[in-house]
Ligand binder design. Structure first.
Ligand code: BTN
Length: 331
């Protein structure tokens, strides 16, 4: 099918006869008809005329053929598992990783019926509006280094969004992207392994791209945002994903030599959290309150408690920002 698509693209929206299409793609005329129908089912809009032949009108943004084309990576996204609808890309990625899928495999869908958020919440994944994907990693790190992996992911996505759309998202520790206090992206990292050895790590990322306000469920309106709401125009999900994979791969493979230094510097500059009074939910009914003072070199957060004591927090979820010194928090 890739050959048929390639030939149709070479004709740049003009008609190509069935005979020439068959010849250039090395397929029989009957085969062409079959493949054109399959491509239509995958979201390719192909016009056909008995006199003139076929012409490509529109390509689906996220089909694996389209993602691979122009992808500037060595390994990340080179193997793509894609379905129009899945329960959760993280759940699917875990199954694939357990079966031995290669590091860097991308698991993506147009929509999720049971998209999962952190702390057991659900994640709304409107069809065709956002990026809902997971990357399978097999990092040679221990459990203490996992916090750094989610910050690396958040920074890579913030940089990719900025490069493609010009929008500068802020990083709400440890791994949400926000804009004007509203959530744009979330990361769900799930690990399989032992305390000092990771078998596989699934990095799941949801980014709201082309949603209008009413594409969000009622309870998220005013809380969640999308690039479309911010910019007033649609963005290419494919370009953002390709750019993310490129940046993410580069940072990931240089971790062992460069460490997290530049990543933490970026996360501090574009932080939605530092300098604010925060309430951190650590699960199991544990809550910490204090001023978010600094990020440590491993991505953990230094919190100054009301008693003045400094606490290092490795994981958790900022539930709300309470009042800062004379200012209201919003992240
Ligand atoms: C959060 O902020 O709570 C994390 C949200 C993570 C959502 C993504 S969408 C793709 C991947 N598959 C899932 O089921 N969840 C993650």
């Amino acid at each position: 099918m890739e050959k048929v698509i390639r030939v149709l693209k070479e004709f740049n929206g003009s008609y190509v006869s069935g005979e020439i299409l068959a010849k250039l793609s090395g397929i029989t005329r009957a085969g062409i008809w079959k493949q054109i129908n399959q491509l239509r089912q995958m979201g390719y809009e192909i016009d056909s005329s008995s006199r003139k032949g076929y012409r490509l009108l529109k390509t689906p943004d996220l089909h694996p053929f389209e993602i691979i084309e122009g992808l500037n990576t060595r390994q990340f996204g080179r193997k793509i598992f894609f379905q129009a609808e899945v329960d959760s890309t993280n759940r699917w990625a875990k199954r694939l990783a357990a079966e031995g899928a290669a590091e860097g495999s991308l698991v993506s869908a147009e929509t999720q019926t049971q998209g999962r958020g952190r702390l057991g919440r659900s994640w709304a994944s409107a069809p065709g509006k956002g990026l809902w994907f997971s990357v399978i990693l097999r990092p040679r790190i221990n459990a203490a280094e996992l916090a750094g992996m989610t910050i690396l992911t958040a920074v890579s996505m913030a940089q990719a969004i900025n490069k493609v759309t010009g929008v500068q998202a802020l990083i709400k520790w440890p791994n949400d992207l926000v804009y004007n206090g509203r959530k744009m992206a979330g990361i769900l990292a799930e690990v399989n392994g032992e305390v000092d050895m990771v078998n596989y790590l699934i990095i799941g990322l949801g980014l709201n791209v082309n949603h209008k306000e009413d594409d969000f469920p009622q309870e998220l309106r005013g809380i969640a945002t999308s690039l479309n709401i911010i910019k007033g125009s649609e963005s290419s999900r494919r370009q953002i994903l390709q750019e993310f994979l490129r940046i993410f791969e580069k940072k990931y493979y240089s971790l062992s030599t460069a460490g997290l230094k530049d990543i933490i510097t970026y996360a501090k500059i574009y932080s939605a959290t530092l300098g604010k009074m925060v309430r951190i939910n650590q699960g199991y009914d544990r809550t910490l309150i204090g001023e978010a003072v600094d990020l440590d070199c491993d991505g953990s957060l230094w919190l100054k408690e009301p008693s003045g004591e400094m606490v290092c927090v490795y994981a958790g979820e900022i539930m709300e920002n309470t009042e800062t010194k004379g200012e209201k928090g919003d992240g």
